[in-house]
Design a protein around this ligand. Structure first.
Ligand code: PLP
Length: 239
């Protein structure tokens, strides 16, 4: 083995240790938060968000046993995940970023869960593609709980009608709801609102909570937490 290969092997080992340790810590916090409100730790799925991190970081998480991942761009996920899937067919990949209608075909082919269904045009395009291919990734509807004009998501007052359209009229496999609370606000009221909308529509899955607030989200009933930084460290600046 050349000295250079030695070096990179050392780097990879170090990074693996870090990511494995971080994953173990996050799992510990998830279990404690769940048990504190009388929930089973395995009622919360950890979605490891590796966006902007290289494939090696995902590989380190895979070696530590992680199988559920989130990516926020279709194109980035297309570059990273097919080779990883070849080795780990049990990977479950979630799309957690905005989906353009012209990427629906790629998204349905690649992702196991699409968390960001947020408008009728997209819902219709997904229904058409699922019909065409027979592939039916679970869908979450993204709710703009903070009613932020620049943010994606269905407005809370339009949520019930949109859920009915997606689920009943279009027949999409709607598993639950997802939200990204406003950065500057206490997230608890947003988690509570999402939970309330889900309950009155008979939806059981709630994707809410990120590195800074996943324990709070679990107290409000999160079934899926999307954690990036606490597992993989700070994201590289996009080029
Ligand atoms: C990046 C991202 C996350 C993870 O954020 P961290 O703060 O790094 O844990 C979660 N959800 C969405 C929608 C994201 O885009």
């Amino acid at each position: 083995m050349s000295p250079r290969e030695d070096d990179s092997a050392d780097d990879a080992t170090q990074q693996r240790g870090g990511i494995a340790d971080n994953l173990a810590a996050v799992h510990g916090h998830i279990a404690a938060a769940a048990q504190a409100v009388g929930r089973a730790p395995d009622s919360v799925t950890l979605v490891a968000v590796g966006k902007l991190h290289p494939r090696q970081a995902i590989e380190a998480a895979l070696r530590a046993g992680q199988r559920v991942f989130g990516e926020n761009r279709v194109q980035e996920a297309q570059g990273k995940f097919p080779p990883l899937r070849a080795e780990h067919p049990d990977i479950a990949l979630h799309l957690i970023g905005p989906l353009q209608s012209n990427k629906v075909r790629d998204a349905v082919a690649l992702f196991d869960v699409i968390e960001t269904v947020d408008r009728p045009k997209l819902a219709r395009a997904l229904a058409t593609e699922m019909e065409r291919t027979g592939r039916r990734p679970d869908c979450f509807i993204q709710i703009n709980t903070g009613e932020e004009p620049q943010k994606a998501g269905v407005m809370p007052r339009e949520a019930d009608a949109f859920i009915a359209l997606a689920r009943e009229e279009l027949g999409l496999p709607i598993a639950g709801l997802m939200c990204i609370p406003p950065i500057e606000e206490e997230p608890a009221m947003h988690f509570a609102l999402l939970s309330k909308i889900a309950a009155r529509n008979g939806l059981s899955a709630l994707s809410m909570g990120m590195s800074g607030d996943y324990e709070a989200a679990i107290r409000f009933g999160a079934t899926h937490v999307r954690v990036g930084t606490a597992i993989f460290g700070a994201r590289p600046v996009p080029t």
